[in-house]
Ligand binder design. Structure first.
Ligand code: NDP
Ligand code: 2IT
Length: 444
């Protein structure tokens, strides 16, 4: 049995029922085969076995009291996956579907994503099965304080630096930071995505969505094409989706559809982003509101139908496995040219293979959404230097990083005879640096 197959079989046997983790490990390990076969020292040092086993998994109880004085208990997680190239770095997700498998798949992806940024950050991820929907600000604050009361013993500006993800945005980072500072008496860069008044970086809010579109534009530009005049679908309507729409529109694309977890909107005239921002960022309301406010817009219950809308470019920006084989086939049938993954692992393994067979340009998540964590690393640099860069400065660095990642994964794919296979290219380019650092540091 080949080394990668052996390790993959062990991952499945040793981590039963962790389906999302198995899926990410399968995608990654399978595409690393050509690299691994050139490097026998990986097997001799059990490098892959170490790569798929988190350095540390922290599970904890998060008790909190709601506005009616009822006590609730949620699960808290932090997976400190790999610190070979820098302190653990990765977001916190608050969503009822969070479990160990989800956090481990996100953590594994994060190792390679962070490596691709070219910046010194290792991989980690955390979160809770807490559902922020419908909670008051005070309930959110008490939950975040309880979460950080435990987490603060495990994180630190040079140890592990969490940030946002689904259900964790500026409000939650503020409450988490306040509690960390209160307990530790240290005003340091222990979290990124902080507010601008207390150490945050300009352009971090926009970074993931903007970065996704910078890479999309580069992939089109090298093919003598561009987003100008393209019809685009962006799933989700959270942080990543909103700023992907903003940048795509500024480059002349027409975004016609978005969704939240209840249903999708279709606006053939092009989405009015100010209305979306008002509904989602200010009111925290449902996207169905959009069709009540904008003439000519339609609302449809359920998410899946969005992929039946004809488009040139699809940017899935909500959650894992939102594009399955059936959705991929519908997109292909309608002539999609490029799929850029804003969310983490939004396409199932069957969906990926359908896109690849059809010759659709697929920009994989760990490359395409790396702009968020890259800008987090720029926030860390500003915190350490005790200074601030302008929006233009950060945005320019972000764009440079995204263009660079695109060419690195393109070159890595070509080097192994896999031209155009960016799933393999991103995994290979990200893995090489991590492997080199792990080898240099001995058996740890
Ligand atoms: P937000 O919480 O801001 O937004 C999430 C959006 O996705 C919401 O519109 C939400 O709808 C929707 N959504 C969540 N779960 C589902 C589901 N099961 N079915 C349908 N829609 C769903 O999160 P972000 O925008 O920050 O994150 C989106 C994706 O991008 C995630 O995969 C995340 O891991 C990834 N990502 C985020 C980065 C960041 O910097 N924030 C960086 C890199 C990747 P609803 O409100 O109804 O729940
Ligand atoms: O998936 C991701 O890269 C994020 N949620 C952002 C992580 C970060 O540390 O900025």
């Amino acid at each position: 049995m080949k080394y990668v197959e052996k390790v993959l079989a062990e991952v499945k046997a040793k981590n039963p029922n962790e389906n999302e983790f198995h899926q990410a490990a399968t995608e990654i390990l399978t595409s690393l085969e050509p690299v691994v076969s050139r490097h026998p020292e990986y097997e001799q040092t059990a490098l892959l076995e170490r790569f798929v086993e988190p350095e540390r998994v922290i599970l904890f109880r998060v008790p909190w009291v709601d506005d009616q004085n009822k006590v609730h208990v949620n699960k808290g997680y932090r997976v400190q996956f790999n610190s070979a190239i820098g302190p653990y770095k990765g977001g916190l997700r608050f969503h009822p579907t969070v479990n160990l498998s989800v956090i481990k798949f996100l953590g594994l992806e994060q190792i390679l994503k962070n490596s691709l940024t070219g910046l010194p950050i290792g991989g980690g991820k955390g979160g809770s099965d807490f559902d922020p929907k419908g909670k008051s600000d005070n309930e959110i604050m008490r939950f975040c304080q309880s979460f950080m009361t435990e987490l603060c013993r495990h994180v630190g500006a040079d140890t592990d630096v969490p940030a946002g993800d689904i259900g964790v945005g500026g409000r939650e980072i503020g409450y988490l930071f306040g509690q960390y500072k209160r307990i530790k008496n240290e005003h340091v860069g222990v979290l990124t995505g902080r507010g601008l008044s207390y150490g945050g970086s300009l352009a971090r809010t926009e970074a993931t969505g903007y970065g996704l579109v910078y890479m999309t534009e580069e992939a089109l530009n090298v093919r003598n094409d561009s987003l100008k005049g393209k019809t685009v679908i962006v799933s989700g309507s959270g942080n990543v989706a909103i700023y992907a729409v903003e940048k795509a529109q500024s480059l002349g694309a027409k975004v016609v559809a978005m969704y939240d977890s209840n249903g999708y909107i279709y606006d053939k005239n092009g989405i009015q982003l100010d209305v979306i921002k008002q509904i989602k960022e200010v009111e925290r309301a449902r996207i169905s509101e959009y069709a009540k406010r904008v003439k000519g817009a339609e609302y449809h219950e359920g998410c899946k139908g969005i992929w039946n809308i004809p488009c040139d470019v699809a940017l899935p920006c909500a959650t894992q496995n939102e594009v399955d084989a059936e959705s991929a086939k519908a997109l292909i049938k309608n002539g999609v040219k490029l799929v850029g993954e804003g969310a983490n692992m939004p396409t199932t393994l069957e969906g990926i293979s359908a896109f690849q067979k059809a010759g659709v340009i697929l920009l994989p998540a760990k490359a395409a959404n790396a702009g968020g964590v890259a800008t987090s690393a720029l926030e860390m640099a500003q915190s350490s230097g005790r200074l601030y860069w302008s929006f233009e400065e950060v945005d320019k660095k972000l764009k440079g990083i995204m263009v660079n990642i695109y060419h690195n994964m393109d070159n890595a794919a070509a080097e192994y005879g896999l031209s155009g296979n960016y799933v393999a290219g991103a995994n290979i380019a990200g893995f090489k640096k991590v492997a080199e650092a792990m080898l240099a540091q001995g058996i740890v």
